[in-house]
Ligand binder design. Sequence first.
Ligand code: UD1
Ligand code: UDP
Length: 351
Amino acid sequence: MKVIHVLGARPNFIKAAPLIKAMNKSLDVENIILHTGQHYDKNMSEQFFDDLNIPKPDINLGLGGGSHATQTAKIMMGCEEVFDKHNPKLVVVYGDVNSCVAATLVASKLGIPIAHIESGLRSLDRTMPEEINRIVTDNLSDYLFTTCVDGVYNLVLEGVDEDKIFLVGNTMIDSLVEFEDKFINKREKEYALVTLHRPFTVDSKSRLIEMMDSLMEISVDIECVFPIHPRTKNTLVKNNLYDRYKSRILMTEPLGYINFMSLQKYAKFIITDSGGIQEESSYFNVPCLTVRDNTERPVTCNDGTNKLIGTDYKNIPNEVKNINFNKKSSIDLWDGKASDRIVNVFKDIIL
Ligand code: UD1
Ligand code: UDP
């Protein structure tokens, strides 16, 4: 019996790793890893397979980037061929990236059951491509695994049958727990960690300048370490901005999982627009300032160490001064065992 796991982008690898391992250990199924190639640089893809100890992809479609329509369409065509050939009993999709929604559309039309890991998150902001991907994926999925209780509420409000919803916790935190012993502080001085990659934050030259100027101001008091996503680097380089900031802000290439998580665990605070980092920083009890107007992960603000500070980037230095370093996280089911719970559901119901 075959199960195809569809992975495409950096966060997918982290969310899928523990589940694939748990399924390999406890279920009598053939797990096939299909990598769409949405992320393709070594430090955005292969390094994660090495760091997280995931078996190499069985199939890599090598499809890369493109406009949303082009990328989604290419991935759909690639998935259709693979699904037709292998006729899987189940397709597992992760998160909210284009690879996830493309695989879901294909599997649903072929009548293949779909399990969505990290279901039910909603920012209620349809200008974000991820929100559209979440809505479509959840609507078409058969087994919806949520990380937190507000994910369950969102799905119920949208009319999803409660029998399809399983509150299991967060597989991204499973990876963190599995590898936490390897996260080591290699820096002598205190530092802030920065990551930015949302189109709204980094595609506009003027907004990115405003952001980088704020980081320069913060870096007077504390070193800012900034592993740069390729999308962000493209805007900096295209607009001749990279050199302007590199003397004061420590800009690095994207980092592999172990190196990045080591930096995250020991950071004094974090400035980010990432989804996953809002969650991981809460587990680490590291204060996180999220430079967005909304979040699909409100649990990290209510029960974790995250704070939404909006998109007026001039305010960031002031927000840094007001960080509450005493806030502590308490999020139910983020305990390293979400994948085991998913496997139990698969045992009982699906496979
Ligand atoms: C994608 C996801 C986003 C997720 C992010 C995680 C969608 C719509 N977006 O955004 O939800 O938060 O991944 O990091 O699925 N590029 C490279 N090398 C790579 C990968 C990308 O150079 O290995 C460059 C390419 O120029 C590409 C651009 O980055 O066109 C954007 O990549 P893409 O995968 O389309 O979107 P992300 O911004 O990475
Ligand atoms: N990450 C990493 N190296 C980096 C930046 C991020 O290993 O240089 C990890 C980190 O664990 C993060 C995850 O990749 O939670 C997801 O990355 P990203 O922020 O790109 O995606 P999102 O969660 O916003 O979809």
